[in-house]
Design a protein around this ligand. Structure first.
Ligand SMILES: Nc1ncnc2c1ncn2[C@@H]1O[C@H](COP(=O)(O)OP(=O)(O)OP(=O)(O)O)[C@@H](O)[C@H]1O
Ligand SMILES: [Mg+2]
Length: 358
């Protein structure tokens, strides 16, 4: 899905913005504090009904205003009729409309317009806590496996019930939750593993483009000792779980790791190389999604140049040229354009919250 037209109002320092982006590369240039990331936030809100910088809509809504709105026309491919998406966020209220119909949950919106974000803090994907890596796998599995969301919700419900029981110190009745956790957990784990399996060739292609000399491997971690069944593990760990008041094993402890030349990548690569590796993972994720949905993707890249030297910036831009997705790339330095080649490119300049096509 790509954006043919976007109208945004009251997003941080942007009072109103109206753009008709290129279906391929879009550069958003401007000095610090001009509103570049805020424009990406608007696009992200169109696809997920929430910001990536704050969980509180109140922080994103322009000062003195009651709500923000983003409206977009999105297309599955060239020549196809666009559908209209509208999102309005107030401090406590959220309204989402897809092709004229009000949506109750954001899940349908996320499915209709998948948008992927790469930002400087994305390096936490490989360096930080496992939660971000589970979210990465779950986002992919959600889009590729129609039953994933129900299984994931079933697991989350069972986990919270089991933990409540553990905290009360009573183990009577826990078998039901062991059973539920293991039933849903196996399906969530399977979906994550098969997602990783499908992602691997795309990841290898992207990583090979950025870091030719290093052989990479990606593997998932279930979150329990897989020599045994999850049900067995849950039963065996009841005493420990009761003592600590929470469930130690299960897909809520799942993870994945990337090995570089047989060693954990994060202990081995430089900061710039780590950044490229995260690019490889996220761009692989969008590529796989495009092929499986048979639609172009929309990828937001905030501050592309940060921590990359000139050669790697060129490599990255060269890679983006070859892809069919729509990219929105922010940068403070207009010289980035000189490295971007000739694919259909549109440039926007942002000054004091005003967005103009150059
Ligand atoms: N709720 C708000 N209402 C109005 N202005 C806001 C609000 N929140 C933040 N701002 C201001 O919006 C401006 C734009 O911020 P933004 O992060 O989009 O800039 P940027 O162009 O991405 O800058 P940088 O190059 O430093 O990343 C900032 O000056 C910030 O102070
Ligand atoms: Mg910014």
């Amino acid at each position: 899905m790509t954006i043919a037209k976007l109208d945004a109002s009251n997003i941080r320092n942007i009072e109103t913005a109206s753009i008709e982006p290129s279906p391929r590369l879009n550069f958003i240039l401007g000095p610090n504090g001009s509103g570049k990331t805020s424009l990406l936030e608007a696009i992200h809100i169109l696809g997920r009904a929430r910001s990536f910088r704050s969980t509180q809509a109140g922080q994103v809504i322009r000062f003195q205003q009651d709500d923000l709105t983003v409206t977009g026309k999105v297309k599955a491919g060239d020549g196809l009729a666009p559908i209209t998406i509208g999102v309005r966020l107030g401090r406590r209220k959220r309204e989402i409309a897809l092709a004229g119909t009000r949506l109750q949950s954001s899940a349908e919106l996320i499915r209709a317009f998948p948008v992927l974000l790469i930002q400087p803090s994305s390096s936490a994907l490989l360096e930080g806590a496992p939660k971000a890596r589970r979210q990465f796998l779950d986002w992919g599995a959600f889009h590729l496996d129609a039953g994933f969301l129900d299984n994931w919700r079933g697991y989350a419900r069972a986990l919270s019930q089991r933990n409540a029981l553990l905290r009360s110190g009573i183990s009577r009745g826990i078998e039901i939750w062991n059973h539920e956790l293991s039933r849903y957990g196996i399906m969530v784990d399977c979906a994550r593993a098969s997602y990783a399996e499908r992602l691997r060739p795309y990841f290898h292609a992207a990583a090979g483009h950025f870091l030719e000399e290093v052989p990479f491997d990606l593997s998932t971690i279930a979150g329990w000792d897989t020599e045994k069944s999850l049900d067995e593990v849950l039963r065996a760990e009841i005493a420990q779980d009761l003592r600590d008041g929470y469930t130690h094993s299960g897909v809520h402890k799942g993870d994945f790791q990337v090995q570089a030349d047989g060693r954990p990548a994060k202990n081995y690569l430089s900061r710039g190389q780590m950044k490229l590796l995260v690019f490889a993972l996220l761009l692989a994720q969008s590529h796989l999604l495009e092929e499986s949905l048979d639609a172009k993707g929309c990828v937001l890249i905030d501050d592309l140049a940060s921590e990359l030297d000139s050669a790697n910036r060129s490599k990255l831009l060269g890679f983006l040229q070859q892809r069919q997705a729509q990219f929105f790339i922010t940068a403070t330095d207009p010289r980035l354009l000189e490295q971007s080649g000739s694919a259909e490119t549109t440039v926007f300049q942002v000054e004091n919250g005003r967005v103009a096509r150059v």
